[in-house]
Design a protein around this ligand. Structure first.
Ligand code: NCD
Length: 359
């Protein structure tokens, strides 16, 4: 059975297939209206969300299916101390497919290990957000006509921004991708993405602290919000919160056809004066999110019993009681899952669940 926990769970062909299906759904909406009749999607949201949860709901409704779930874990048995795995075993008795968002990294992964229905990771901590990635890829495709051969700038919180981590992973499979990382020192991209993804896959990247300097060469500018809720240190947050702001003056430095994306919500990093610029694609991107989630639900339901769409073969986990994951927001430190590790690029040991470096 296919789950979507990390963008790399999908092959490039599968990603292209989902993007193409989303485009077909946009062109022939009526054709897909009853395709999930009598099927149920459960949305288990342990963390706030507007777009992601509602777009999953709208997607399933448009396919003729039904939706159940919770958006406030305090109102469910989670507040009684139920583990993620138990919750998923129970919900799998009621629903045909599950979308889960969780503040703890690795939670959807452990859910997928026991689930009898497909699990979709709708965002886990600072780690991964693969359905936003599909949304972003569809948006790039629709705005520019292609995904290969682009220069994309990621601006803002590249450290805690899970949408950035996932999109870079997915783009690393395309040809001719150049990445410009635009962030203050405190919010730089984690090493595991630079080493295990960019270096390994041969993605050209450079880092800069100046949006003015980077913007003229970009085909896509991916703006992000500073992730206040993931900062451990309030003072550090105050120092960087207004780091990079996109305004009309900066847009004047950009290419005529540059596309501005943002997973939203924005706080102040894009001034509203940019919204009417035809290059501002972030509200069109929201709508793409619904279509791509329709395509994803249809695909995962189709692929359930198809061995050609199995999960990729995982590396052999390393179990060593002398090693510890130091990420307090990792599932192996919040629930009793045996810590497991894998050997990544350059002999670095990484946590199986959250991919942080193990010391
Ligand atoms: C993002 C998320 O939740 O990671 N939003 C989204 O899913 N559309 C980005 C964010 O919260 O800043």
């Amino acid at each position: 059975m296919k789950h979507l926990i990390d963008p790399t769970d999908l092959s490039k062909e599968e990603i292209d297939q989902i993007v193409a299906l989303a485009e077909d759904i946009i062109a022939h909406r009526k054709r897909y209206q009853g395709s999930m009749a009598h099927k149920k999607l459960a949305t288990l949201f342990y963390e706030p969300s507007t777009r992601t949860r509602l777009s999953f709901t709208a997607a399933m409704m448009e396919l003729g299916g039904q939706v159940l779930g919770f958006s406030n874990p305090q109102a469910s048995s989670v507040s009684k101390g139920e583990t993620v795995q138990d919750t998923v075993r129970v919900v799998g008795c009621f629903a045909d497919i599950i979308a889960m968002r969780h503040p703890i990294e690795g939670a959807p992964l452990v859910a997928s290990q026991v689930s009898n229905v497909p699990i979709i990771n709708a965002g886990d901590g600072s780690h991964s957000h693969p359905t936003q990635t599909l949304t972003d890829l569809l948006s790039i495709k629709r705005e520019l006509g292609h995904i290969d051969d682009i220069t994309i700038g990621f601006c803002g919180d590249l450290r805690f921004g899970r949408t950035v981590h996932s999109l870079i992973k997915a783009l690393s499979r395309y040809n001719g991708i150049k990445v410009v990382l635009i962030a203050p020192h405190e919010l730089r991209l984690p090493d595991y993405i630079k080493e295990d993804v960019c270096d390994k896959m041969g993605v050209t990247y450079r880092e800069t602290e100046s949006l003015d300097e980077a913007i003229p060469e970009l085909d896509v500018l991916y703006m992000t919000r500073v992730q206040k809720e993931r900062f451990l240190d309030e003072e550090e947050f105050e120092r960087v919160k207004d780091s990079f702001v996109l305004d009309a003056r900066r847009m004047a430095l950009a290419k005529e056809k540059m596309v501005v994306l943002h997973p939203l919500p924005r706080v102040n990093e894009i001034l509203t004066e940019v919204d009417d610029d035809p290059r501002a694609a972030y509200f069109r991107q929201v709508e793409n999110g619904k279509f791509v989630r329709m395509a994803l639900i249809v695909s995962l339901m189709d692929w359930r019993k198809d061995p050609a769409h199995a999960m990729p073969e995982p590396d052999e986990p390393i179990i060593d009681p002398t090693l510890h994951c130091t990420n307090s927001k990792c599932i192996c430190n919040t629930e009793s899952h045996q810590p497991q590790f894998r050997l990544a690029e350059n002999g670095i040991m990484r946590c199986w669940y959250c991919e942080s470096k193990v010391r």
